[in-house]
Design a protein around this ligand. Structure first.
Ligand SMILES: [Zn+2]
Ligand SMILES: [Zn+2]
Length: 608
């Protein structure tokens, strides 16, 4: 797979921070050339957490070199050079690259070979520019900050290896990563957040709390859910099912695989084949038959729409399923629960008329907002990707009126409901506008959890129709939505968000009763409370061991049990319990009935 070249238009959508970070990449190259003048630079874009520059260099760069490079970078920033933009002809640019002067401090004996190759890839007619800061010159379309001195704070972070243009047939380069910020305060806050994120790493907490595991015999990227993690899954599904039921959804179930022909109809094959598990050949009656594990639920749901004659009275039809999908992620891309090969998706497809679209889309958004409130997600952003009329028929399905109409409706709904969104032109899916939903965890780390898509091409490919009021046939629109994303990614997010200290309704172990001592009347009291709690559906247990109460409390705290009910002789006599909540400490003795009622209520209402 090769990395796609950014269009000029995409480049000019860089945020201020991205500009600053990309500028820092130029400063990094400037600094490295002062130390290693023979360095051959390839590409140096901003990335989510900072920037990198890919470089070919005989010296193996290691973190021990960072101090030296950073010192040179500081000098370049202190010099406060202007980033000077110089347009030039293709021939002049090629000449500079041949003389080794691009990505360099001046002409060199060796040509700037990667820059030469990049120039040759620039489409005819596109303007070519170079940028200068001090004596460093780079082939670049920009944009940058005004001066090197605008880079307020930076730090080199790591070195990795990467193939030129991401293609393993190309030379292997060293990728030097760094990050940069407007000022020191912002950079320090970022590193503090990273420290906290390390403590909250979902892989670490997942192991400590026995939530999930991976096994070599089962295969990489295929999570196995232990009982505690299964509780999280089932609570999320309960929430989704209740919410979707109230929203008028119908539940369906579909198999995990299908014949090749389904994915040819949907258009996943051949284009998406790389992301699907390799096909299975089954002996057929005449010829072998080819099956695929499903990478998404949509085609199966479309077949359910088609299974029954539909009329306008059936619409909107909302088909929901926590469907399991399989995607063949490269093994190098797998990462805990965040990148997996099997995933359970909070999926639904809403089939509706154009007139119903606005209300349906609004209802989906309201569902998101409800979930954000339940999970205490204060910061979120909806990235609304729209089409580019110039690319109809190539990048975007050629239905100009439907694009304009649905985009206007989506925009209107987003504006009226006061939802926090940005519009990103030219990034829509092939078959309709989409919305990527980003959320920030309690410590301020960003996650992309879900995508909504409007689809006005695929229902036609599947020949989906309904009878209109006028008894004619029409094709419905389809909204793909998955507010809770996949269990894997969403639980990965929740683990970090809560640092494993889940609210009562989600906590795998909600209540533990801790008798002080093992006298029979006390144990009997404990068992009665246990029966009452479990009878109300509360995940409660007793620690009836003979060890000291401090040991029992410590164990429960370590296992992140949400509520501890400590029972002593005095509690028994008074019909009370002493309540202790994980992370909050001792809340004192209270009447038994009151405590039990409160626990049941907190779980039922999903209290934070
Ligand atoms: Zn640049
Ligand atoms: Zn779908």
């Amino acid at each position: 797979m090769s990395e796609e070249r950014k269009t000029l238009e995409q480049r000019h959508q860089m945020t201020d921070l991205e500009r600053l970070r990309h500028s820092a990449a130029h400063v990094l190259a400037t600094a490295m050339l002062r130390i290693w003048p023979e360095a051959q630079f390839a590409a140096g874009p901003p990335v989510e957490t900072g920037f990198y520059y890919d470089v070919e260099l005989p010296h193996r760069v290691s973190p021990e070199d960072f101090e030296r490079i950073e010192a040179e970078m500081k000098a370049e920033i202190k010099a406060n050079h202007v980033f000077e933009r110089v347009p030039l002809s293709r021939d002049a640019a090629l000449e500079m690259a041949r003389s080794g002067a691009l990505g360099a401090l001046g002409p060199r004996p060796e040509a700037s070979k990667f820059k030469l190759d990049i120039i040759q890839g620039i489409p005819e007619g596109e303007e070519i520019t170079i940028y200068r800061n001090g004596d460093f010159t780079d082939l670049c379309a920009g944009p940058h900050v005004m001066r090197t001195g605008n880079i307020g704070a930076f730090k080199l972070t790591s070195v990795a290896s990467a193939y030129y243009k991401g293609d393993e047939r190309n030379p292997q380069l060293q990728r030097i990563y760094g990050t940069a910020f407007k000022n020191k305060t912002e950079m320090e806050a970022y590193f503090t957040m990273l420290e906290e994120a390390k403590k909250r790493d979902h892989r670490k907490i997942g192991k400590e709390m026995e939530l999930f595991t991976f096994d070599d015999d089962v295969g990489p990227g295929l999570p196995l859910w232990l009982p505690n993690g299964t509780v999280l899954i089932e609570e999320l599904e309960k929430l989704a099912k209740e919410t979707e039921f109230a929203g008028g959804y119908d539940r369906v179930r579909t198999p995990h695989l299908a014949r090749e022909s389904l994915y040819i109809t949907s258009g996943h094959l051949p284009y998406y084949a790389e992301s699907m598990f390799p096909p299975m050949e089954l002996p057929g009656l005449t010829n072998p038959e080819t099956y695929y594990l499903k990478a998404m639920n949509c085609p199966h749901h479309h077949k359910l729409f088609a299974a029954v004659p539909r009329s306008y009275r059936d619409l909107p039809l909302r088909l929901a399923e926590y469907g399991t999908c399989y995607r063949y992620e490269q093994s190098g891309e797998l990462f805990g629960l965040m990148r997996v090969r099997s995933m359970q998706m909070n999926d639904a497809h809403i089939y509706c008329t154009e007139d119903q679209f606005e209300a349906e889309f609004n209802a989906v958004n309201q569902m998101y907002l409800k979930y954000f409130q339940i999970f205490g997600i204060d910061k979120y952003l909806m990235r609304f990707s729209t089409h580019d009329p110039a690319k109809l028929g190539q990048k975007f399905v050629d239905q100009p009126e439907l694009w304009v109409k649905t985009e206007e409706m989506v925009r209107g709904v987003l504006q009226r409901s006061g939802i926090n969104f940005v519009e990103v032109p030219n990034e829509a899916a092939f078959y309709g506008p989409k919305i990527d939903v980003q959320v920030w965890s309690a410590i301020g780390r960003e996650f992309t959890i879900a995508t909504n898509q409007v689809d006005f091409a695929v229902p036609r490919r599947f020949g989906l129709v309904y009878k209109t009021r006028e008894n004619t046939e029409a094709t419905p629109l389809c909204i793909h939505r998955a507010p809770l994303g996949t269990h894997e990614r969403f639980i990965g997010f929740l683990i970090e968000h809560y640092a494993g200290n889940f609210p009562l309704w989600l906590a795998p172990q909600q209540v533990r009763i801790l008798p002080i001592g093992d006298e029979e009347p006390l144990l009997e009291y404990a068992r009665a409370i246990l029966a009452e709690l479990r009878g109300a559906g509360i995940r409660a247990g007793i620690d009836a061991g003979t060890d000291k109460i401090n040991g029992k409390v410590l164990r429960a705290e370590e296992q992140k049990v949400h509520t501890m009910l400590v029972l002593g002789r005095r509690d028994l006599d008074a019909g009370a319990v002493s309540v202790r909540v994980h992370g909050k400490g001792n809340l004192g003795a209270k009447p038994r009935a009151e405590v039990i009622q409160d626990i049941i209520e907190a779980a039922r209402t999903r209290r934070a």
